[in-house]
Design a protein around this ligand. Structure first.
Ligand code: NAP
Ligand code: MG
Length: 491
């Protein structure tokens, strides 16, 4: 087994302001998805005791953190953001080594995270409540939000830096303390995220990070009765499981889950723009954005021309290690993920979809040891096929054709997911009709599905999400409870 001398280290959990090994000394190796034989680091396989210690630390830190003014909390968080700005390259490299995405994509993730976090800090200093005119003379009637206590953040591997940023920042600015469990596919990103706060001088215990598997460390965290809220991003299957566990203790959950995002392209669309957006949204980050476009539904008349334009973009992609600046398509995140995607491709073939591009594990020079999948496009996909219904989460696009607008919308809505959708058309009426009818938490007109801004909420409907969504004003709402007071100040 080869190792990368630059990065192989044995890492530690961050608990109560200290870097600690697992209580039983156990570790798991992490492998570079661009070169599986290369170990990138060793990470604590956190035990029940480690998770309990992290919750102990968060519980102990809570009263003092909560007592600080929001401006004092903001100062700590802004210091961490300033460090993030200085360390973009370092963090981006860690993201690429663990997740596989290109360095440009990793830098983009860090920059996006900084913007999200800035917004949440700002929001925390102004969005705290309201005063209502009372029906009684001499009574001040008002409501405000207060923190919940110790919150759990369970993060995925596809945006391993931005997702913790989007969740932990509103939790912390509101006065909660946090235990973060990163995905075991991206443990170092989670630890590095935490390190930025540690180096910024955040008081011990306010933010803790424990690595390990979902079924191990993740379950232990969910099982701790002191956890007041769970913010989770990941698969629908695990999200439902978390919701069931949490419901038993009336613990609130924020679940950002899977998707099967459609793009509709009508006859009057700007085909060049639509094809470019489709290829970007389907293949960037190897198709592993939660908001990736995985289905494109094209008006019959223009389907041939549109598909040719998308195929040209797919052919132009350069597969390779994300560390190579020439690479435009990195590996998928690990061998299990690669197997899942290849199995879906195989099933698509078996069910009769026509393979227009890709379809295999890529085997070119320098690729054989990595989790590389050719950019794949299926044509003649029937809405009932498995590849039309299930989230594939890889560089795989399915093309459908539709006779008219209503058929396109029916195909777009004919899945159990509802995260993001988009339409390309110059017809304002059709565009607005689509915004109304499409079953998705966020919708884009003449823009790709993989776009969001920090000042607005982000969350899916149907089986793509549940609970108060992240971001915008609702990010802090999730991590706070409402308190109402009536105060009589004169008789
Ligand atoms: P996942 O398998 O559901 O895992 C997500 C997180 O949950 C990981 O940290 C995982 O740990 C942990 N976990 C797994 N089983 C657990 C359990 N029983 N108890 C507690 N924690 C558990 O999802 P993923 O494969 O990492 O991420 C990809 C999925 O995330 C896709 O479905 C994608 O659509 C979705 N996603 C959604 C959004 C959104 O905003 N809607 C954004 C990004 C991604 P381990 O990794 O260690 O198993
Ligand atoms: Mg998983």
């Amino acid at each position: 087994m080869s190792t990368n001398p630059e990065s192989v280290q044995t890492h530690r959990n961050y608990i109560g302001g200290e870097w600690r090994d697992a209580s039983d000394g156990s570790f798991d190796a992490h492998h570079n998805p661009a070169r599986i034989s290369e170990v990138t680091g060793h990470y604590p396989r956190s035990t029940n005791d480690d998770v309990r210690a992290a919750v102990d630390a968060a519980e102990a830190a809570y009263p003092a953190w909560r007592e600080l003014t929001v401006y004092a909390r903001a100062e700590y968080l802004k210091r961490a953001l300033a460090l993030m700005g200085e360390r973009i390259e370092r963090v981006a490299r860690i993201i690429t080594l663990e997740n596989g995405k290109t360095l440009a994509e990793s830098r983009g993730e860090v920059v996006a995270a900084i913007k999200e976090m800035e917004h949440q800090i700002h929001q925390g200093t102004r969005d705290l409540g309201e005063i209502a005119p009372s029906a009684l003379a001499g009574v001040l009637a008002y409501q405000y939000r207060r923190p919940l206590g110790v919150c759990a953040v369970i993060a995925p591997w596809n945006f391993p830096f931005n997702v913790p940023g989007r969740k932990c920042t509103p939790a912390l600015i509101a006065g909660n303390t946090v235990v973060l469990k990163p995905s075991s596919l991206t443990p170092n990103v989670g630890l590095e995220f935490t390190r930025l706060f540690a180096d910024a001088g955040l008081p011990p215990g306010v933010l803790n990070c424990v690595t390990g598997s979902g079924s191990g460390a993740g379950e232990s965290l969910l099982g701790d009765a002191r956890i007041k809220a769970v913010s989770f991003t990941g698969s629908t299957k695990v999200g439902i499981h978390i919701n069931q566990l949490a419901a038993g203790r009336l613990v609130r959950t924020q679940l950002e889950l899977g998707g099967k995002n459609p793009m509709v392209v009508l006859e009057d669309a700007d085909l060049g723009e639509a094809a470019a957006a489709c290829a970007t949204a389907a293949f960037a980050c190897a198709g592993q954005w939660c908001t990736s476009t995985s289905r494109v539904i094209v008006a019959k008349k223009i389907a041939g021309e549109f598909v040719e334009a998308v195929l040209a973009k797919a052919r132009a992609l350069k597969l390779g290690s994300g560390l190579d600046p020439a690479t435009t398509l990195g590996p998928v995140c690990g061998t299990q993920q690669m197997k899942n995607v290849l199995d879906f491709i195989e099933q698509g073939r078996r069910e009769g979809a026509r393979l227009l591009a890709g379809g295999r594990r890529a085997a070119g020079e320098g690729l054989g040891d990595g989790c590389f999948i050719e950019p794949t496009v299926f044509g003649e996909v029937d809405p009932g096929m498995t590849i039309a219904q299930e989230e594939i989460f890889g560089p795989v696009l399915s093309v459908f054709t539709a006779g008219d607008f209503d058929e396109a919308v029916a195909i777009a809505n004919g899945v159990r997911f509802g995260l993001a959708s988009s339409i390309y058309t110059r017809n304002l009426e059709q565009a607005m009709k689509f915004v109304e009818k499409t079953e998705a938490g966020l919708t884009h007109v003449n823009m790709m599905s993989a776009y969001k801004e920090p000042q607005l909420s982000f969350g899916g409907i149907k089986e793509s999400g549940s609970g108060i969504p992240e971001g915008g004003r609702t990010g802090i709402e999730f991590f706070t409870e409402h308190k109402v007071a009536y105060l009589k100040y004169r008789s």
